[in-house]
Design a protein around this ligand. Structure first.
Ligand code: FAD
Length: 418
């Protein structure tokens, strides 16, 4: 059977894949975005957009739409128990965006998806799963399965996913934005290189009173880091690092907003969150009126050995991961999606693409060596506060920025990138 054709196949319609689709659309490139799931996520997950991401959204004409579903904060504060130890201020003189934008990932994905449909007329192909990649000199042939749900069983009826159709798709480029367990990465036999620092966290999003928190609060105890994210409306999220955990794997993103619960369980979870927050952050005085969702999640520290080969390239969590506090993996993913898309739009020929993407590869490997602290990390100077000096490695992954912006934020703490 003859393969269908597209210029670029984007595998994964998470935030990074959707941004890749938008960058390609802006450059006039015909792209097909597929995702094995039935629609965008329904959870707030990675909920902070760095300055550079805001700049990309501005260039894509989407900044106002994203601001409308977000909450601006002007600071990140670092606490230990009741003590406010340090702060980062986005509202410095001359800063282009005097704030960081907190946007629940579900709301963000919805804005991106609807912009993609409006701008290209081509909807995301949900329920479409990549199962195989065959890279060639001039193109890549991908096997895609179209999935559907069907009711199975008689005695115990249940819902199962079945393959409705299977087809080949020929493209000149594949962008693997297919997340932590990336099949594109596996098919290319690209190994992740792990750095120490595997951490388990529990996230609790809750309803509270209207509040005027203008900052993200990071609580750094000797053995744990916790974060209070003030979300839009009357919601907040606590992300607590777990000291001992049974959590084994990075969970898949939730697609169904169903949460089976009862009042007694809810009350138990609310009491647990209130108690843990009181222990770790005695200043926390917001009521926990209801739990919207909660989940445990393990974050590894890794980066791939190479971001891609020939005509198949990785972006976002498919290529790397670090801790959750600085939201570096998703935001760096946007830069990667932008760079791969621009390289293709400027010169899709094999030789042109290869040389530009090799440059991209070197730059991003260096960036991730830096973010994972493998090139020296953050260095203190004579003016650095002792509390900050002692936590400089933990602070590296907690700064909401990469590259030059990371250096500027680090300088506010009297730290320098080594
Ligand atoms: C419970 C939880 C809490 C989190 N909290 C934080 C946080 O506080 N801070 C933080 O920085 N990050 C957090 N994250 C991680 C954050 O969600 C990711 O960094 C972000 O989603 C990465 O975006 P991405 O587009 O690279 O990948 P993803 O969002 O994972 O998207 C990948 C997409 O690819 C699709 N896909 C996978 N395989 C295939 C295939 N074979 N064919 C087709 N489609 C495929 C998936 O369905 C998915 O939609 C959290 C994640 C979870 C699960």
């Amino acid at each position: 059977m003859k393969a269908k054709e597209t210029d670029v196949l984007v595998v994964g319609a998470g935030p990074v894949g959707l941004m890749a689709g938008l960058f390609l659309a802006q450059a006039g490139v015909k792209a097909t975005v597929v995702d094995r799931e039935m629609g965008p996520t329904v959870r707030s997950y990675a909920c902070a957009l760095h300055t550079r991401s805001l700049k990309y959204l501005q260039q894509l004409g989407l900044l106002e739409a994203v601001i409308a579903v977000g909450r601006k904060v002007s600071k990140v504060a670092f606490y230990e128990q009741d003590l406010r130890r340090a702060e980062l201020n986005f509202a410095e003189p001359g800063s282009e965006f005097p704030y960081m934008l907190l946007v629940p990932q579900d709301a963000f994905e919805q804005v991106l998806e609807s912009a993609l449909v409006t701008q290209t007329g081509r909807p995301v192909l949900w329920n479409h799963r990549l199962t195989d990649l065959q890279p060639g000199d001039d193109s890549v042939i991908s096997t895609i399965e179209e999935l559907t749900g069907t009711s199975m069983g008689y005695t115990i009826p249940h819902w199962e996913t079945v393959v409705k159709a299977r087809f080949s798709l020929r493209s000149k480029l594949v962008i693997g934005a297919d997340g932590h367990n990336s099949l594109v990465r596996q098919q290319l036999h690209i190994e992740p290189v792990r750095a120490p620092g595997r951490q388990a966290f529990a996230a609790y999003e809750f309803l509270t009173d209207d509040h005027d928190y203008d900052e993200v609060r990071v609580v750094m105890a000797p053995e744990s880091t916790s974060v209070l994210w003030p979300l839009p409306g009357n919601k907040c999220r606590w992300t607590f690092q777990l000291l001992h955990s049974e959590v084994a794997e990075f969970p898949g993103k939730e697609r169904k907003a169903i949460r089976l619960s009862d009042e007694a369980t809810d009350q138990k979870i609310r009491a647990f969150v209130q108690e843990l927050a009181r222990k770790r952050a005695p200043w926390f005085n917001l009521p926990i009126k209801g739990i919207s969702w909660c989940s445990e999640v393990v974050f590894e520290h890794f980066c791939v050995k190479t971001f891609g080969i020939d005509r198949c390239w990785l972006a976002g969590d498919a290529a790397h991961q670090t801790g959750p506090v600085g939201v570096q993996s998703m935001n760096a993913g946007f830069s990667e999606a932008q760079a791969i898309s621009a390289a293709f739009a400027q010169n899709p020929s094999a030789s042109g693409l290869s040389s530009r993407l090799q440059e991209f590869n070197q730059a991003n490997l260096a960036r991730w060596q830096q973010l994972l602290g493998l090139t020296g990390g953050l260095k203190s100077g004579p003016k650095t506060d002792l509390w900050i000096k002692d936590r400089s490695q933990r602070l590296l992954e907690s700064l909401p920025a990469t590259d030059a912006a990371l250096e500027r934020l680090a300088a506010q703490l009297q730290l320098q990138l080594g």
